[in-house]
Ligand binder design. Structure first.
Ligand SMILES: Nc1ncnc2c1ncn2[C@@H]1O[C@H](COP(=O)(O)OP(=O)(O)OP(=O)(O)O)[C@@H](O)[C@H]1O
Ligand SMILES: [Mg+2]
Length: 242
């Protein structure tokens, strides 16, 4: 196995706001890591630091054994880092299939029929095949979440970063999305999943970390972490001794 991602004392501040405070952790190949923390804790910023859209003030990001800290986002994407966005960002005037093709050609470097075949496979996996020729702008919320997943998977990721993909869905929709994510994980993709819908997260992740003010405040077995007093106090706003 071995680690696929290593954050080493990663720090970033926007003026007085610290979004990453000496953040260090490893992600093992094939693992599913969950990330929770209050609004504004720096979770999305952490993804920006991993994908390379944000540069740290100090610290290091290693991916697949290489120091990628100075690599731009395109280079990291080609190397196998893909993400879904908290606010879905499809090309609304293009079809679902065209959106998938952009990721497959630009990020995975596929061409022609090979790219088309691969996109159809991914759309089947993400259950969007029946919507392949529909404009992205006309999709429902669940379908837009599935399109985020499709676009990320079409980049052939080794590491898939999911940013609050379950938010705003009904229970039934959430359950169906969780099943899709479980299948993706079972196919060997390493996942880091930021999520406020904790019950969905707990169905998938092997390990959980908690971030507050850019700092990792807890890390370990998911249920143990959720039941720890400091997480209840800081994350859920419940007094530790209540
Ligand atoms: N480019 C930026 N410039 C200035 N401040 C920023 C920038 N990006 C994020 N921030 C601030 O950094 C803090 C952390 O933001 P971030 O989006 O990483 O939080 P988050 O943990 O993802 O929150 P949420 O759970 O609400 O999605 C917030 O206070 C945010 O306003
Ligand atoms: Mg966020």
């Amino acid at each position: 196995m071995g680690s696929i991602l290593k954050l080493d004392r990663l720090s970033k501040a926007f003026g007085a706001v610290t979004v990453a405070d000496a953040l260090s952790y490893d992600v093992q190949q094939g693992e599913a890591l969950g990330v929770i923390g209050p609004n504004g804790a720096g979770k999305t910023s952490m993804f920006n630091l991993i994908t390379g859209t944000l540069s740290p003030n100090s610290g290091k990001v290693e991916f697949a054994g290489q120091n990628v800290t100075k690599w731009n986002a395109a280079r990291r994407s080609h190397a196998g880092v893909a993400r879904s966005f908290q606010v879905p960002q499809p090309f609304s005037g293009m079809t679902v299939f065209e959106n998938a093709m952009i990721a497959a050609t630009q990020s995975a470097g596929l061409h022609g029929h090979e790219a088309e075949r691969f996109c159809l496979e991914v759309l089947e996996q993400t259950e969007l095949l029946p919507k392949a020729n529909v404009l992205a702008g006309s999709l429902t919320l669940l379908e837009r979440k599935r399109l985020e997943l499709t676009r990320a998977l079409c980049a052939k990721p080794k590491l898939l970063l999911l940013d609050e993909i379950a938010g705003g869905l009904t229970e039934g929709e959430c359950a169906s999305l969780v099943q899709t994510i479980k299948d993706i994980h079972a196919s060997g993709v390493t996942i880091i999943w930021i999520e406020h819908v904790v019950h969905a997260l707990l169905e998938v992740v092997d390990r959980l970390i908690v971030i507050d003010f850019g700092k990792k405040i807890a890390e370990g077995e998911p249920h143990a972490i959720m039941n720890s007093p400091e997480v209840k106090e800081i994350y859920l706003g419940i007094e530790a001794d209540a």
